[in-house]
Design a protein around this ligand. Sequence first.
Ligand SMILES: [Zn+2]
Length: 90
Amino acid sequence: MNALRCVRCGYDGALLKEGRAPRCPRCGCDLRKRPALSYAQMEGFTAACSTGLGRASSTEARLIERWLAIGLVALVVIITAAVLLTRELT
Ligand SMILES: [Zn+2]
């Protein structure tokens, strides 16, 4: 179900599994124009799942980036305040 197959002839050999073959070894179909798909991808099962996961991981990555930026800004503010306070004291 998840094995990649040539959409033209159905070949599912080892060259398609790595996704590196530019052409189908059996029928010569251009795999760059018509990439090999599994039955699950052809039926739209994994496409929906993978886009859902992609969205979740991208929002998670954005959230982490935002918190890292907030942490960096807070660190800069704390360091600046510490430098200013120590200068006023001396
Ligand atoms: Zn083929």
